[in-house]
Design a protein around this ligand. Structure first.
Ligand code: FEO
Ligand code: CA
Ligand code: CA
Ligand code: CA
Length: 588
């Protein structure tokens, strides 16, 4: 794909909508279409969706719930730029049982075994083949041999320094290397060798009864640092699955919170939890190749006051031998960021033996450092950030964009004090940092940084849009996911604008260079209760995929606040396509 001139996006921006509005909006000249909904069959022999008779077995053959990350992988190969036929890899972050099941009691959950098992099967990842027809419209290829579901039940392996660590072993798996399932897969990333990385984010919420663990058990402090619930879990899976009950299975929780890699082109590939990338509430993992050929993966830990990380491989990317890259993510150095007040910063290595990461402080091995990544980062004095979400490198200017979604506790009560990199107290609308690695070398250990955007209503004096005229920008709140178009413009999706600025979430184009730098323009507005995920372009930028996650959240099955997209009484998380009527590149 030749890179077009770095021009700013051009379209008639859409007006923001308020949270009771249950319609999507795209600019004039564009159309949106629903590609696939929760429950749609993705195999030739899969049953049709029927919300009244849903089972685990049906759900395992259908598209999962709460679509988040969307990755487009061209067919027949990741090396092609085919923009009319490919695989979509879609994460299913979590379930909203109160929207999925009639009569579900949110206040006092008492789910049936069937409901719990449907939820486990509605989590995970879908791989679906998609093709653009002669009429320009996209369809799911239901009988494609590539189609696949990963769920909370799918066997996966563990690799890297924490594999077979004592704490990775359970009653069901004495090897510490065989885990069932992946959970809370939020965003993700693609590798240059055509595999996908899917990030396990808020995994803590599925585990229960930490208070039953004796205080003398050192594992309790670690589970606490990761926010494991002291009593019952929100969804009560522990009622039917012992592995989610810490009182019965103290180690299962250590087997989640990782980056999982798998090959979407091989439907039989076994997903691998790559422990070298650390254990935390991973939002995403976005890869870039350093000048040396080393592989660099950026990833945020999405919780208030948590950290920004990057992994640098020891080995080098081999563009001529695909399989030679398959274990690159098992061997390397994980770093955590310290942002200095003078606009410089350091990447601090989370390496066993470095500084305080030694036996005297309870770090017995590299596996230990990785299982307790948060504790190790605390010990090194990393900078506590305002909920790090997606992080992505701009392929045009090589800078790294770090999304901090919000932190209502910054500078408030027990929250971390305001600092240079997190400059607003009660930061409800979030911000974006622009980071430049020393020499534009992504393997460097020093960087400089600056604030790019302080989000919010432009009428709010504390906002900043890279110096652009505030009277011309769209209001934007709680940024989450970011992607770059071929011209190097940022496209930012939001999650939480309703609480931040009382508007529905959306998608926003933001030029990063030239006289339009910082000109935030709203391209898409979403429906009541939803967040906007993906976003993902085809290689030619003529199709944009968006995942509309948790439409109607805040309502219930019996009292819905959204019936998008089908107006059949039920909201269904769905992936949509957006294209121009004249097939121009999105934003040209
Ligand atoms: Fe699942 Fe960090 O958003
Ligand atoms: Ca997210
Ligand atoms: Ca992204
Ligand atoms: Ca989010």
């Amino acid at each position: 794909q030749t890179r077009p001139a770095p021009l700013p996006p051009k379209f008639g921006k859409v007006a923001p909508t308020t949270p009771e509005v249950d319609e999507i909006a795209v600019p004039d000249g564009y159309y949106a279409a629903t590609l696939i909904r929760w429950g749609e069959p993705i195999f030739a022999d899969a049953p049709e969706f029927d919300v009244w008779t849903q089972t685990k077995e049906k759900q395992e053959k259908q598209f999962g719930y709460n679509c988040d990350y969307v990755g487009y992988f061209p067919l027949p190969s990741y090396t092609s730029n085919n923009s009319t036929r490919g695989l979509l890899v879609v994460n299913h972050e979590y379930t909203n049982p109160e929207l999925m099941f009639p009569g579900y009691d949110v206040e006092n959950p008492n789910p049936t075994r069937t409901q719990v098992d449907v939820e486990l099967a509605a989590h995970g990842v879908s791989v679906i083949e998609v093709a653009r027809g002669r009429d320009g419209r996209w369809n799911v290829v239901r009988n494609s041999p590539y189609n696949r579901r990963l769920t909370g039940y799918t066997p996966m392996t563990v690799s890297g320094p924490a594999a077979d660590h004592e704490w990775m072993k359970t009653n069901a798996d004495p090897t510490g290397r065989n885990v069932l399932g992946t959970l809370n897969n939020c965003a993700g990333g693609k590798t240059p060798w055509g595999t996908v990385l899917t990030a396990e984010e808020n995994f803590h919420q599925y585990f229960a009864n930490l208070r039953a663990m004796p205080n003398s058990d050192y594992r309790k402090a670690i589970h606490n640092r990761y926010g494991m619930p002291s009593g019952a879990s929100e969804r009560r899976w522990e009622n039917f699955h012992d592995r989610f009950d810490i009182a019965k299975e103290p180690n299962e929780g250590f087997r989640f919170g990782w980056i999982v890699e798998f090959d979407p082109y091989n439907p039989n590939s076994v997903p691998v939890k790559r422990t070298a990338l650390g254990r935390f509430r991973h939002e995403a993992a976005t890869i870039v190749i350093a000048p040396s050929g080393q592989v660099v993966a950026y990833s945020g830990d999405d919780a208030r006051g948590e950290y920004v990380y990057k992994f640098v491989s020891n080995g080098r990317y081999n563009p001529r031998n695909r399989a030679a890259n398959f274990n690159l993510l098992d061997d390397g150095t994980l770093y955590v960021a310290r942002f200095n007040a003078d606009g410089t910063g350091e990447w601090l290595p989370l390496k066993h033996g470095f500084g305080p990461l030694n036996e005297g402080n309870g770090f017995m091995s590299q596996g230990d450092v990785l299982i307790k990544t948060r504790n190790a980062a605390d010990a090194l004095g990393a900078t506590k950030m305002d909920r790090p979400e997606d992080i992505e490198t701009n392929p045009v200017n090589k800078k790294v964009y770090i999304i901090l979604t919000n932190n209502s506790q910054r500078g408030v009560g027990n929250g971390p004090p305001v600092d240079a990199a997190n400059p607003r107290a009660n930061n409800r609308a979030g911000h974006i940092i622009e980071l430049t690695e020393e020499g534009n070398n992504h393997a460097a250990t020093r960087f400089t940084w600056n604030i790019f955007i302080l989000a919010g209503l432009p009428t709010d004096e504390s906002t900043y849009f890279a110096g652009y005229d505030k009277s011309k920008v769209s209001p934007i709140g709680a940024p989450d996911n970011i992607v770059f178009d071929l011209a190097g413009n940022a496209w930012v999706a939001t999650d939480g604008a309703a609480s931040a600025i009382k508007l529905n979430d959306g998608l926003f184009a933001i030029p990063v260079a030239g006289s339009e730098r910082g000109h935030v323009q709203q391209f898409f507005s979403s429906v009541a209760g939803s967040e906007v995920c993906g976003p993902e372009f085809t290689p030619d930028n003529r199709t944009l995929f968006l995942a509309i996650q948790h439409p109607g959240e805040g309502g219930t099955f019996d009292k819905p606040i959204s019936t998008w997209p089908d107006r059949q009484g039920l909201a269904r998380p769905s992936v949509i396509t957006i294209q121009a009527f004249d097939n121009r590149r999105i934003g040209r």
